[in-house]
Design a protein around this ligand. Structure first.
Ligand code: NAD
Length: 289
């Protein structure tokens, strides 16, 4: 490391809280070293109340950019000079690019989801998707898949605040991508859920159901809905294989876990920071298995 850091090394950061568990520093610093790029990446524990100071620091120290994690993803929005179409539609930013003091906000979660599917040989264009969830990860996936040409999205969520938020996402998708058919249903209407899954190509869990320490939970209790030509994906990456994926796999469905989405959203941000491709397969073997 001491040989790599010089007087011209540019800093990149992760801001949010907590950040001490993050895989991002090791993933990016390994990739910079491997590619001989003069960048260094550090995580900073930043609560929402310190976002303004963190943004000022990004400009003062001329950072190349920053990743943003919970709970700061919406707060940073108001400090951006420009936004990518997805960041504007979602109302959240996870990657900031600094061009001579001009900050542009991007969101790569949905791109990471789509790249992870592509990495497994699945293209969302022209497909029907049933997605359970309407929170941060779900919204990013819904917007990106609509932008990527998905034909129809059926969103299911419990009747909480996220259900109301989904109505705004739907309005935004209808305005920006009028060809995409998108509806929301109550997750407790299981009859409707199973009907929509029956006519879908892809089923996504984008809630926290099934996440550690609740590994025995699944948002789809009736395992007879899984079929060989249904692709089942989960954003949850702890555990690597959720009960949803294990049930679907047992019924012969193709399954795709959430760890790949995490890796690919980082790879998308790496491309924005450096203009180059991250050595994804090496990083995957070293840190994501
Ligand atoms: P969030 O708080 O924004 O959204 C939570 C979602 O879960 C909402 O739709 C909410 O209605 C739903 N929910 C909560 N409790 C529920 C219950 N008991 N039954 C049914 N639905 C319920 O959270 P988020 O940031 O979207 O994160 C959701 C999951 O996605 C987490 O497990 C997170 O680790 C994971 N995630 C993964 C990636 C990745 O790259 N793989 C990226 C972001 C988030």
């Amino acid at each position: 490391m001491e040989k790599r850091i010089s007087g011209s090394t540019r800093l990149l950061s992760l801001i949010g809280t907590p950040v001490d568990h993050s895989k991002s520093p090791i993933m990016y610093n390994y990739s910079f070293q491997k590619a001989g790029l003069d960048y260094a990446y550090l995580a900073f524990d930043i609560p929402v109340s310190k976002v303004a100071d963190a943004i000022a620091a990004i400009k003062t120290f001329n950072l190349r950019g920053s990743n943003v994690t919970m709970p700061c993803k919406s707060e940073v929005l108001k400090y951006m000079d420009d936004l990518s179409p997805a960041a504007r539609m979602i109302g959240a930013v996870n990657t900031i690019i600094n061009e001579d003091g001009k900050l542009t906000g991007h969101i790569t979660d949905g791109l990471g989801f789509a790249s992870n599917l592509r990495d497994s040989g699945v293209d969302v264009a022209g497909k029907k998707m049933t997605i359970i969830g309407a929170g941060g990860a779900a919204t990013a996936i819904q917007v990106q898949c609509a932008l990527d040409g998905v034909k129809e999205i059926s969103i299911f969520n419990i009747k909480d605040d996220f259900y109301e938020k989904a109505k705004q996402t739907i309005a935004s998708i209808k305005q920006e991508v009028p060809d995409c058919i998108v509806h929301i249903f109550d997750l407790n209407d299981t009859k409707k859920l199973y009907e929509e899954i029956a006519t879908s190509n892809i089923l996504v869990n984008a809630t926290l159901v099934g996440m550690h320490p609740h590994e025995n939970e699944t948002p789809v209790k009736n395992t007879s809905v899984f079929r060989k030509d249904l692709i089942v994906t989960d954003v949850v990456y702890n555990p690597k294989k959720t009960k949803l994926l294990l049930d679907a796999e047992a019924a012969g469905s193709k399954t795709i876990g959430g760890l790949g989405m995490l890796l690919w959203q980082g790879a998308e941000a790496y491309k924005l920071f450096t203009g180059k491709d991250m050595p994804v397969s090496e990083v995957k073997d070293l840190y994501f298995n």
